[in-house]
Write a protein that binds this ligand. Sequence first.
Ligand code: UDP
Ligand code: MG
Length: 316
Amino acid sequence: MNSIDISIVVPLYNEEAVFDTLIQRLSNVINQTDFMCEVILVNDGSIDKTNQLILEICKADNRFTGVLLSRNHGHQLAVSAGLASVRGKKGAMIIDGDLQDPPELVEEFYKLLIQGFDVIYAIRKNRKESFLKKLAYLAYYRLQKKISSFNIPIDSGDFSMLSRRVVDNINNMPEQSRYLRGMRAWVGFKQIGFEYDRDERQAGNTKYSWSKLFELAFNGFFNFSDFPVKIITRLGFFTVFFSLIYFGYNIYRRVYYNDVPQGFTATILAIILFSGVQLISLGLIGEYVLRIYNQVRNRPLFVIDKIIQDGKEIGE
Ligand code: UDP
Ligand code: MG
């Protein structure tokens, strides 16, 4: 009989350097809790020893489940694959594999869960990251809050605990370009923030390149806000309004002063400016078209190579 209360989902991409410490910390945590935990280790197509290490621990210890993806799908999809395998009756916890999110907090989060909260999201009080990244995060989260159609909490990442019904709802959301912190907020119910100090990565290097970060940021903007496409229309009206005024002004000068406007520079500037505006507008619309295209292709979100559950490979 399934007696698992909470499944802890950990996405891993080339994390051999931190793996032993991670398993140590997780084991300590799940040994102590007075509720049952399983740990779901998702291998996101690592090319180092992570895959092998996951296989070993899952075969040796029943409380570890391994979900091995067929290739690198990216963090958000790796977490989605983990969530799809959650057996916890009460819900799931999502943490990063590099121990930036302390797994020890599972008990604090669980207290809030049984008090009736459906989403307990961690809020980063401070970050130990480079100045440039901190600045980028600061600007991004605030901009996102301004433009998103509903409230996505500031400075909260994927580190969170979700009740069973939130996990089920997220698993039922078919969207291809996934932005879990937005989806989690969209589901609703009772949500609460939990402030914590985000640690440094314990070993190895970041697996989030700037391009992956930008992709995530774009998903945050386009999937949860109509603002980008609306701003184009507004910009259009704005430009037309001012050109009309300028147009009228020139006719006035022509009629009353016989003054014909001249100027090569002004013409070129206007052309360059509005070509730029048009390119950006096309790109913005393209972002939506791309998302529609991805969605109608209706591919599965991820491809699983193997699942190791209860010490053996499923189907073995
Ligand atoms: N990760 C993943 N797939 C990827 C990139 C990252 O599963 O394509 C995992 C990674 O192993 C880690 C978590 O996502 O457990 C967060 O990544 P990372 O710590 O590198 O991001 P950062 O904290 O630097 O933003
Ligand atoms: Mg990290």
